[in-house]
Design a protein around this ligand. Structure first.
Ligand code: C2E
Ligand code: CA
Ligand code: CA
Length: 557
């Protein structure tokens, strides 16, 4: 056992050591007394052995125990103990009184020192398991509690309970700090923890696991664990009082169930963390852990480097999805959508790798690949008598990268492609990312007669200010609104308003995600210009698209 282990052992077993010492110390005092008597009385050196039980009493029992047993020891060597047992000479009272006083001083001092040492060590061990500023238990203590739960539930096999572990992340800490000062995160966490504690059962434990993160550990019957999480997610949506303000603090939640499988506490925490990350990336309030999430996360780690290779190894390809002009019922263009056939994972949807690629410069290479393929496609189709504009999805990095627009324009010129055969689709977020520069670059594109569409319209900032400042020719109403038509009133209002707005500004509208004839005819009724969706065709590989296109033209001629 090393020193740390001895100290830990001592403090863990402190109570039992105290109880034992209450028996051992009097015995030791008795033994020393007998030793002093046997060796000829108090005048010999053996009386000093009494310091052992006195110091022990102070060390184990603290100040009161140290003083008490010092008194006992003083009296044991007191008036009845001769100076010399052979001659029978007795002690002067001052002799034993002074000795007893001295014992009390030693016992008291060792007890007091031990008391403060113990308090300090107790504070240190509290510190190791708590967050100092809020007083909440920390990550370490969460892990210990989970370990404890596992031990308990193993004991009570018949009454096996499930527990839910939730991680709650406070969003926009920077914004809050900007408004209320940098200590605001601690205070928000405190207010939040108190609010949750007041609204949940006593058995729920709340922890602070990171600067901007709380964790909740609570028992749940398997049937209602989902309800329990939903209840907390709903609670989190309520405003909390903060300095005389009532503020809404946006959060994301990741949850996992403890008790279905036997995992280490660290694994459960990791599962909840994965669920939390997925809630962020999927733009959900909360996500519950599933093994699919884990597989995805493992895959995502290697995905970026695989993507780099995919570009070299020709694993990427482009599918084309038609856009239909509702008035003339003709194909008015296509959208180029990237496809990745991974040798191990099969078909990986772009939503799984584009956002990742957008975090690095890899997106520039991907866009360059798409631009090259698309321009080649236009040339091939031109030779085959097909003249359809192709839309390219472009990210904010592309548009603010100095080379993108120049390269595109050079490529078009070199292949003698007219600008009106290319369209650029950009999301609202990408448009306002760097508005000044985006404005300059988009103007260059529109001067070359390249049409610019606002993709996923309605899901982003929907700030109308930028629309006036940018040369936008089409807004593309997001499929989340379109799929609800014509019954969902909320979606209907948004789509109607978007179309009216666009008309006022002289901008065309396209609805994406049209899956049924009912949606298509409703859109036609409200004067939407174009549509795109599975109802007409899924995105298809080039050859299949051409066959589909010829057949569509033949039917609608
Ligand atoms: P997006 O630009 O909004 O593309 C439309 C997505 O909706 C496509 O998904 C398409 O397959 C799907 N879709 C089309 N019609 C329907 C329908 O009727 N119903 C439903 N439910 N979905 C429909 P996909 O191909 O998986 O692409 C997802 C996203 O990935 C795209 O969303 C776009 O943001 C991005 N992406 C795809 N290709 C590229 C690319 O070459 N470059 C960049 N930067 N992003 C791309
Ligand atoms: Ca698009
Ligand atoms: Ca879209």
């Amino acid at each position: 056992m090393n020193n740390k282990a001895i100290v830990q052992y001592y403090f863990q077993h402190h109570r039992i050591i105290q109880k034992l010492s209450i028996f051992i110390i009097p015995v030791l005092i008795g033994l020393v007394t007998a030793l002093v008597w046997q060796t000829g009385g108090i005048k010999f050196v053996y009386s000093h052995s009494m310091y052992i039980p006195i110091l022990l009493a102070g060390f184990v029992l603290g100040l009161p125990g140290g003083v008490f047993f010092a008194l006992v020891a003083g009296i044991a060597l007191g008036p009845w103990m001769p100076i010399d047992t052979v001659t029978g000479e007795m002690q002067q009272p001052i002799n034993w009184i002074y000795r007893t006083g001295y014992f009390v001083l030693i016992g008291g001092l060792s007890g007091a020192m031990n008391d403060s040492l113990r308090r300090y060590i107790e504070y240190l061990s509290w510190l190791a398991k708590h967050d100092v500023t809020t007083g909440l238990s920390n990550r370490k203590s969460l892990l210990e509690h989970i370990r404890g739960l596992r031990r308990k539930s193993r004991l009570q096999k018949h009454n096996q309970k499930q527990f839910v572990l939730m991680l709650i992340n406070v969003d926009n800490v920077r914004g809050l700090e900007g408004a209320f000062g940098f200590k605001v995160t601690d205070r928000i966490i405190k207010v939040f923890a108190a609010f949750l504690a007041g609204n949940l059962t006593e058995k729920t434990r709340i922890y602070r696991t990171d600067t901007d993160q709380l964790a909740i550990l609570m028992a749940a019957k398997d049937v209602n664990s989902e309800q329990l999480v939903q209840h907390i997610v709903a609670l989190l949506k309520e405003s909390v009082s903060f300095d005389s303000y009532s503020i809404y603090v946006p959060t994301h939640v990741g949850a996992t169930i403890i008790g279905e499988t036997y995992e280490t506490p660290e694994t459960y925490l990791q599962q909840a963390g994965l669920a939390l990350a997925s809630a962020y990336s999927r733009k959900r309030d909360y996500t519950q852990f599933s093994s699919a999430l884990e597989t995805n996360a493992q895959r995502n780690i290697t995905l970026l480097s695989d993507l780099q290779n995919a570009l070299r190894l020709n694993q990427l390809s482009i599918h084309y999805q038609p856009k239909i002009d509702l008035k003339s019922n003709t194909v008015c263009g296509v959208e180029a959508l990237l496809r990745w056939q991974h040798p191990l994972y099969g078909n990986i949807p772009p939503s799984d790798f584009i956002p990742q690629a957008e975090q690095s410069t890899l997106i520039l290479h991907i866009t360059a690949y798409v631009v090259k393929q698309v321009t080649e496609q236009i040339v091939t189709w031109r030779a085959a008598g097909i003249k359809l504009p192709i839309a390219i999805n472009v990210s904010s990095h592309d548009i603010t990268d100095n080379g993108f627009v120049t390269n595109l324009l050079v490529l078009l010129e070199r292949s003698e492609i007219q600008g009106n055969l290319i369209e650029i689709e950009l999301t609202e977020g990408a448009l306002i990312h760097n508005l000044e520069q985006t404005q300059v670059e988009l103007l260059r594109l529109s001067n070359a007669r390249i049409a610019i569409s606002v993709d996923d319209f309605g899901t982003g900032y929907s700030s109308l200010q930028y629309m006036h400042r940018l040369p936008i020719s089409v807004i593309k109403i997001d499929k989340s609104f379109v799929s609800g038509l014509p019954n969902d009133n909320g979606a209907k209002h948004i789509v109607n308003a978007a179309i009216a707005l666009a008309k006022n500004m002289g901008i065309k509208t396209i609805a994406e995600g049209v899956e049924t004839p009912a949606v298509a005819s409703y859109l036609k009724e409200i004067d939407c210009d174009f549509v795109q969706g599975f109802y007409y065709s899924k995105p298809l590989p080039e050859d299949e698209f051409v066959s589909w296109y010829r057949a569509f033209r033949a039917i609608n001629a």
